[in-house]
Write a protein that binds this ligand. Structure first.
Ligand code: 7TS
Length: 417
């Protein structure tokens, strides 16, 4: 039953059959079997509401934004800017212009590394990341270190795939200028205690950059409560389109940063002698943006809010609990990452079986998992493996699909052993 409350929060008695009908891609067969899509950490599927919003935009509204006086341009601008407000409300930012549209988490972090680098980082400064970061929260900081002579410091994770307070405190000191950490690990599923990580970083005057790519699809994020300086995420992992993402930053910090890309829309006035820049958020949004992507992201946010994070969380917790129990019963299966606070992501290896062989046989049964290093090669090195099989769940997955996965693995093991 659907009950839309006025404040658009928790609204639906979670009916998985109704929800699955919203995602047309899920009802197809793959290799003769009903698709089981368990690659949500790489990218999640899109509800009709998102697909229709993009299609309707191109059918009725398309025009370039921000520049036109004519009807379509104003309509497109309004629709695009509505999403900025929806994102602000979603993450409880104070101001609309603290929300910068980017292409995704990767671009958001590169923007920061570039602009902070020009502005605030000097030789000998320290930038702290963790061992569980995605390559997109490693390489931009390495590039910055190469350019400036800053030093990259890494917080190790323990055998369960957690950052302990002690290991974190050991790498922070007065030289730390930036702490860049994921909210939720894409490989381990670990949910980091970012509120206390942020609080401790601030005691040393360091800026905090949170990679929230794997958080927004599953849980409420409140940037004011977290008190993070910057927070980054991608639309396509939260049921929205590819090619659109968000950089949130505190107003004063964004104001102080130099622009990232130069071009149209980001300027106030241009002469050959000197250019002055537009105000926030446009200063960081050069060129024609991904308008349809922005509008699609707005529809994805509406969709998430219609179900409510509370309902999503409760349902995914059940999936995770059942998945953990069932996978644990498979002989010779070893979880990579078994944190106490964990999302519905299972990375594992099975003794004597190569992850890609297992993934291929699962695919033959219509089950989509990801195999490999998941863009976390240093983490694979820490665990002494080259890759894992990763099954990552979303709220449209079912208990039945956990069973299909477990049966599929057992079948693969019988074939490969
Ligand atoms: N940070 C985390 C924690 C991620 O999981 C990813 C993508 C990114 C950053 C980069 O996001 P993008 O949208 O800019 O590409 N993670 C994955 C994954 O786990 N498998 O494929 C992409």
């Amino acid at each position: 039953m659907l009950v839309i409350k006025e404040d658009r929060t928790a609204t639906m008695e979670f009916d998985i059959e109704i929800i699955r009908k919203d995602f047309p891609i899920l009802s197809q067969k793959v290799n003769g079997q009903p698709l089981v899509y368990l690659d949500n950490a790489a990218s999640s599927q899109k509800p009709l509401a998102v697909i229709d919003a993009i299609s309707d935009y191109y059918k009725t509204t398309h025009s370039n934004v921000h520049r036109g006086v004519h009807y379509l341009s104003q309509r497109a601008t309004t629709a695009y800017e509505d999403t900025r407000e929806k994102v602000r409300a979603l993450i409880n930012a104070k101001l609309d212009h603290e929300i910068i549209f980017t292409r995704g988490t990767t671009e958001s972090i590169n923007l920061l590394a570039s602009s902070l680098g020009k502005h605030q980082i000097q030789k000998g400064d320290e930038i702290v990341i963790s061992e569980m970061e995605h390559h997109s929260n490693i390489v931009p900081w390495q590039l910055l270190c190469e350019e400036t002579g800053a030093i990259l410091k890494v917080i190790p994770v323990n055998d369960q795939g957690e950052i302990t307070e002690e290991s974190y405190h050991n790498v922070i000191n007065e030289k730390t200028k930036i702490v860049a950490i994921c909210h939720v690990s894409n490989t381990l599923g670990t949910i980091n205690s970012i509120a206390s990580i942020i609080e401790y970083a601030h005691q040393f005057g360091a800026l905090t950059v949170i990679d929230g790519a794997q958080a927004l699809p599953h849980m409420t994020v409140d940037v004011q409560q977290l008190n993070c300086d910057f927070y980054c995420f991608s639309g396509h992992k939260m049921f929205g389109p590819t090619g659109i993402g968000i950089l949130y930053g505190k107003e004063a910090l964004l104001d102080a940063l130099p622009p990232y890309h130069g071009g149209g829309n980001m300027i106030e006035n241009v002469t050959f002698e000197k250019t002055t820049y537009n105000k926030l958020p446009h200063k960081f949004e050069a060129g024609t943006p991904n308008i349809a992507g922005g509008i699609g992201l707005g529809a994805a946010i509406d969709y998430i809010m219609k179900i409510g994070y509370e309902e999503i969380g409760k349902y995914e917790d059940e999936l995770a609990k059942y998945g953990h129990e069932q996978l644990s019963a498979i002989k010779n299966l070893r979880f990579i990452g078994d944190a106490t606070e964990k999302s519905a992501v299972f990375s594992f290896v099975i003794e004597g079986i190569h992850p890609s062989d297992l993934g291929t046989i699962l695919d033959q049964q219509g089950i989509a998992v990801r195999t490999g290093h998941h863009c976390t090669q240093p983490l694979m090195d820490k665990f002494g493996i080259s890759g894992t099989v990763r099954a990552s769940f979303a709220f449209y997955n079912t208990i039945d699909e956990v069973d299909r996965l477990v049966n599929g693995i057992n079948k693969a093991v019988a074939m490969l052993s």
